[in-house]
Ligand binder design. Sequence first.
Ligand SMILES: C[S@@+](CC[C@H](N)C(=O)[O-])C[C@H]1O[C@@H](n2cnc3c(N)ncnc32)[C@H](O)[C@@H]1O
Length: 216
Amino acid sequence: MSNSQDGSRFWDRIARKYATDKIADEAGYERTLARCLDYLKPTDNALEFACGTGSTALRLAPSVGSFTASDISGEMIAIAREKQATAGAVNGAGTLTFVQSALETLTYPDESFDVVMGFSAVHLVPDLGDGLAQVHRLLKPGGLFISKTPCLGDMNPLILAVLPIMRLLGKAPHVLIFTSGELQAAIAAAGFDIVEVEHHASKGKDTRPFIVARRL
Ligand SMILES: C[S@@+](CC[C@H](N)C(=O)[O-])C[C@H]1O[C@@H](n2cnc3c(N)ncnc32)[C@H](O)[C@@H]1O
């Protein structure tokens, strides 16, 4: 069983619950959305991978020319489409297209997008280098990669000790473990300039850096 199939099954199973979970830090989330909007342009062709149930895509899509939101989980995409059907006409997110696919199997031509985004996403790809290479391939030269993802290597080691057990019990997905510094180094090594690193959490230790990087 590949990591992708494994990941899809886990997320399909929890999708309906995930859709009803409250955002843990509303203020931090709004700050992230606002900073994304600072970077997005009305002419942009944007991609968000691992879009989940589409909440962020629905908020950002009206600010760009076209927005593709993809996710490995068919259940997540089904919920996203339901939300789009309800909200699309209201918020003008008509250019938004939801697609079921893992990041690593997206087949868009090289240099298709001005912006590629991933939120709570990069730590879930099967291989960090391959995932970043795919983002690089999909971006136009000078295009932006925007990421905010948990850096488990900066978290309490107890969490890391419990993770394999949770995974055995089917309570956690496959995850990559890296620190913020390691993630930034990997992004740079994949052919990007780091533009900025911010922390948006309104409370507690923030191990989910908001990273903006420009494709060289
Ligand atoms: C924690 S959720 C985040 C969803 C959304 N980005 C958000 O911020 O609410 C992680 C999402 O990543 C998706 N996912 C996991 N592995 C993936 C992969 N290799 N390619 C694309 N999506 C993936 C899951 O299906 C799930 O919807």
